[in-house]
Design a protein around this ligand. Structure first.
Ligand code: SF4
Ligand code: SF4
Length: 248
């Protein structure tokens, strides 16, 4: 197993197998206290997966984000240089096959972005890739002759990428293909996360459903109003969604 995890901005997390390999000064993120952290000469975080349960992830990550933001504001440096790499955290008792632990590390990466814009872009792209991978090459929507499983017995093609052109006209409004639907490869040019999270009755009957609270990156870093927009801003381009999330 590679014993180093590269994050963005030249930051690294080092994986160690025993406590003897840890630096003398470290701050266990489970027990982090702002005042104690500020008194430290060097700020290096420790993630011990033997001590952290999944139900504690959200609380720990939120606190770490707060502490890290304050440390950055007062311009105190985080990390230790080792072989030219800046190690900001050490991990012990890591299981590389554990999906929850990997998601936790992805959230740690999100914390170390300096601006909301960068952090939200990272979270947005990571969750989009995660959802795309769930569908890629699997034809979960059971498309046959351009008709998906849900719309099989209708005249509707292109799945659910349709919306009403003039909503104000009510029943007289016309259902048109979404303007962001790429007609050549049937992908979404808008990179719309709310659309990717949507699952219709057909998919839900197959057991496929995505809840924001089950996706750690979305659950930790967004408040309830932001989550509302993440769920309902369908038919919308990524840039507009990110701008909305930053404004709230
Ligand atoms: S999510 Fe449902 S309605 Fe949309 S394309 Fe898939 S099967 Fe069709
Ligand atoms: S924005 Fe939504 S409806 Fe439009 S193409 Fe993308 S996924 Fe389909």
């Amino acid at each position: 197993m590679e014993n180093i995890i590269k994050m963005h901005n030249g930051n690294y997390i080092k994986i160690v197998n025993s406590k003897n390999e840890l630096p003398f000064e470290n701050i266990n993120i489970k027990k982090i206290k702002l005042m104690k952290a500020l008194k430290k000469q060097k700020i290096i975080f420790l993630i011990d997966f033997n001590e952290i349960e999944k139900k504690e992830y959200k609380k720990i990550l939120k606190k770490l984000l707060l502490v890290k933001n304050i440390i950055m504001k007062i311009k105190k440096e985080i990390g230790l240089k080792e072989n030219g790499q800046k190690i900001v955290a050490y991990i012990i008792n890591f299981d590389e096959n554990n999906k929850n632990q990997k998601e936790f590390i992805s959230a740690i990466d999100a914390i170390f972005y300096n601006t909301k814009n960068e952090r939200y872009n990272y979270i947005y792209d990571t969750v989009c890739n995660y959802l795309d991978n769930k569908f890629y090459g699997k034809n979960l929507c059971d498309f046959q002759n351009d008709k998906c499983g849900e719309k099989r017995n209708t005249s509707c093609t292109n799945g659910c990428c349709h919306h009403f052109k003039h909503k104000a006209l009510g029943p007289l409004s016309k259902l048109v293909p979404c303007e962001y639907l790429n007609k050549e490869n049937y992908t979404c040019d808008a990179k719309c996360l709310p659309c990717k999270l949507f699952t219709c009755d057909y998919l839900r009957r197959k057991g496929i459903k995505f809840k924001i609270k089950d996706i750690l990156l979305l659950d930790v870093f967004f408040n309830s109003i932001q989550k509302y927009f993440i769920k309902y801003m369908v038919f919308t381009q990524k840039e507009k969604i990110i701008k909305t999330l930053i404004r709230i």
